[in-house]
Design a protein around this ligand. Structure first.
Ligand code: AMP
Ligand code: MG
Length: 404
């Protein structure tokens, strides 16, 4: 049986980063940059005021009299043409360009100009209540970014603040990698839709929802194919639909173990190839990888926790590679386990909550670890990894955990 690492590497070797496309800036949140972005100029593009106040020459404020003549009014958005001479000042608003001759801005509250209601005309003169030094309350051209600076790197997942910065640079169309696309289906005669009342022997289909959401969370698109019955015709129909959809990956859950009604493996073998179908892990040993009519295929186990864990370990890295993301996958941390843990020698992923104690993180298992128990997964904030070959982990041991 393959180890988790071997299986993941074998899967990943079949996927390449996608081609770039251009999309409107407003649609680019969480998309992956396909180019390095450099500053095309200096930002801010001109020296400007950081305050509402008066622009002046700091040298004028060392004299015994601090009264200056106000010769201009400079609102934000204007381009001043005046040049300040000794003894002169200009009223200026935050963000407005500094007039030539000025080297500082005194805030309005440090002057005798007390009438600050909107619409008040500039005074003829002002008297300062303090001396000023050069550069005070001035935002110099290029203090944020300078021409040619590398601002954002290829592979970055764009955040809201990045969109603001791209707007500052005038980038209306952003080069990003195309989104990966996954054709998803569940399988099993026992599965009911979410809005159906329970019937004897039936359960509701949960994997369609958790897996679709995990695909979206990973930045990919889902083609929902629904639920296949446990017969060859029904599964073939959905596999054919998936292959025609030109998805990057066909993802299914259930029907890949050795049950009498598990036909998926057989159908993949007949119409493509099966690379492997078992991995030395828990939960989720039956995990199939191959291709169906030319489209890569991953068959996750049916048990809801196994399907979810299998997705995190094998499918998410595929989607990250396809999307060009440099995020580096889910974060892992070192933790200590509170209790002794027994294992069966397979690489195990156990549901746990993490608690901070004296600067260390401790992992406590969440309830029943059966692979059908979704609640203990929902209660967990990490998957604790018990390495392959380990049968017993003493309490207090250090282990790695994947943050969920
Ligand atoms: P199988 O791999 O078909 O043997 O399924 C293993 C277990 O997972 C069985 O208990 C199934 O009822 C359950 N299961 C399979 N698919 C789903 C699903 N989509 N939602 C919830 N449970 C499922
Ligand atoms: Mg089944």
């Amino acid at each position: 049986m393959l180890s988790v690492t071997e299986a993941r590497e074998r899967i990943l070797s079949h996927f390449q980063i996608k081609t770039p496309e251009q999309i409107p800036l407003a649609d680019s949140l969480r998309r992956i940059l396909a180019v390095d972005v450099k500053a095309d100029g200096d930002y801010p593009p001109f020296d400007n005021s950081a305050m509402d106040g008066f622009a002046l020459r700091s040298a004028d404020t060392s004299a015994s009299s601090l009264t200056l003549k106000v010769i201009a009014d400079i609102p934000a958005g204007s381009a001043p043409t005046v040049s300040l001479q000794p003894g002169e000042a200009a009223r200026i608003m935050t963000g407005a360009p500094l007039p030539s001759g000025a080297d500082c801005v005194i805030p309005v509250e440090d002057t005798d100009f007390q009438n600050r209601h909107s619409g008040t005309p500039a005074p003829k003169t002002i008297t300062l209540t303090k001396q000023m030094t050069s550069g005070e309350n001035v935002r110099l051209r290029g203090t944020d970014m300078q021409m040619g600076d590398l601002i954002l790197k290829t592979g970055r997942r764009l955040k809201p603040q990045d969109l603001g910065l791209l707007a500052a640079l005038g980038i209306a169309q952003v080069h990003v990698y195309r989104k990966p696309c996954v054709a998803l289906f569940s399988s099993g005669d026992e599965l009911l839709p979410v809005d159906a009342p329970l019937e004897p022997g039936k359960i509701r289909d949960t994997n369609s929802y958790s897996l679709a959401a995990a695909i979206v969370e990973a930045g990919a698109e889902v083609i929902h194919l629904g639920v296949a019955k446990d017969d060859r015709e029904s599964i073939t129909a959905l596999l054919d639909q998936a292959a025609q959809a030109q998805a990057d990956l066909i993802l299914s859950s259930a029907g890949v173990s050795v049950g009498a009604f598990d036909f998926i493996k057989e159908l993949i073998e007949a119409n493509g190839n099966m690379d492997f179908w078992r991995v030395n892990m828990r939960p989720g040993k039956p995990l199939a990888f191959g291709a169906y009519r030319g489209t890569p295929f991953i068959g996750l186990p049916g048990n809801p926790v196994s399907a979810f864990v299998g997705f995190q370990i094998f499918v998410r890295p595929v989607l990250e590679r396809l999307s060009g993301s440099m995020d580096g996958g889910r974060q892992t941390v070192r933790v200590r386990c509170v209790e002794e843990i027994e294992s069966d020698g397979r690489e195990s992923y156990l549901r746990a909550v993490l608690q901070n104690q004296n600067g260390e993180r401790w992992a406590v298992l969440t309830g029943h670890q059966g692979s059908g128990n979704l609640l203990s997964l929902v209660q967990a904030d990490a998957l604790l990894i018990i390495p392959a070959g380990v049968k017993c982990v003493p309490a207090g041991s250090e282990l790695e955990a994947i943050l969920l």
